[in-house]
Design a protein around this ligand. Sequence first.
Ligand code: PLP
Length: 518
Amino acid sequence: MDHVSQASGTLNRYRNQIPCYNSPTMTARYQALAQQLARSIQEGLLQPGERLPSLRTFCQDQGTSLMTALAAYRHLEDLGQIEAVPRSGYRVLASAPQPLTRPAIPRSRLTAFNTRRNDIIAQVLLAMADPNLLPLGFGCPSPGLFPLAALRRLTAERLNAEKELWVSYSPAPGPLELRRQIARRYQARGLRVGPEEVLVTSGAMEALSLSLQLLAAPGDLVAVECPTFFGITDAARRAGAQVLELPGDPDGGLDPARLASACARRTVRAAVLMPSFANPTGSLMDPQRRRAWMEVLQRHGVALLEDDVYGELAWDGHKVEPLCALPRADGLPNLLVGSLSKTLMPGGRIGYVVARSPWIERLTDLKNTSTLFNVTLSEHLAAEALGSGLYDRHLRRLIPGIQAGVRKLRSCVAQHFPPGTRVSDPRGGFLLWVELPKGSDGLDLFRAAMDRGISLAPGCVFSLGPGLERFIRLNGAASGDFDQAMAVLGQLAGAGPDAGPARLDRGSRVALTSLQSI
Ligand SMILES: Cc1ncc(COP(=O)(O)O)c(C=O)c1O
């Protein structure tokens, strides 16, 4: 007989006599342990059918006696939450109450809805991990579009070849081979850069944060396009900067004349731009506008931070030259950030910032005094994927897939959305920027759609101020049944049964220039 059966037998025999059932302190202890387990079951941390820790492990973890642990288990058994399995301990009863069917998005947050921007952003992000929701709001291709089998194989190979990868730190600026591969890709796109000018970061988000810390002192003014990725405005504000939102247009990005006129009134320290397939509008800046930007930046002494996260996703396969590739003679920094999150492995958290000396050393210092290291294994996988050609082969498959997805999404908007809807017409990336007709509200649509199992990104999260209430962002690289979801969205957006199809206009310019203070 094993120790569990022995203890169990003892408990059964002396149930009313053993101290844990009689002494007040012992009673409180086993009940507290039972409550703790019950909470884990309720919250879905212990699933129906899942085995509980063995009594021995539970005793060790909780620093309690076998009798107290067993009393806790038996108490839950009496309450019908768990059952004993002969010779293999206890497991959660299949019929144990499971009030949370969607653990990732607690119901209470949806019903008692909070309109604060951060809460909305959190819900859009959580929706990604919820299998019950179609993630049309998330800014990343669905897992099925990534090279899962190849990544699994590479992981096994790398861990076999370098057995200590999981137990090794990888100091900044990151492995030379990965920096070499990143530099090589940018050279092919017209940016003269060497590996010593690349700092590997934990995703582009860290690259943005470090860059904004470098460029902006507290109180400095940082110009951004409106709308823009919320991570940019939030990182600028975390650095203590004031954010100047300048309205862009979904076709050609931000007009540099807007910065020039702002500079006539205020000192702008840095501009954050996304010239290549911007998030959320998908806009692509033409070469002439890029040259005009570099001229305005230099004339007014404004540093540049270019977000190039979507830069390799041109549908026609052409290599888009980064804005940072244009020469700059005023000694101010041109920083470029990117990542492999939208193209290879979002969970690997591989990002980077490209900068000349002395900026690259200052960025490395900032990393060394904040997050220090990245995930070593991811860095080695990324280097291998880029160097072996796997990444290029994968991009050749990914890009037609996302292009087809966006096209389909656009035609669904045309078919199902109410007249007066306008939609962007991107030439790369996988995001669609949709302007709903007058009288509609993106946040209302977001709430109603969540209740119908669809997530989208309401326009208001892409600005710090008002003006984007009627916009939504959709993801053309999400998996699942688009058609049905778009029919539901179209209905929710106000299309009656007789409503004609939406007119496929391009999304409009955002009519605001707002100076948002922190
Ligand atoms: C424009 C832009 N920059 C940066 C990021 C952050 O990317 P990462 O996941 O690599 O941190 C995102 C993610 O959505 C993005 O859209």
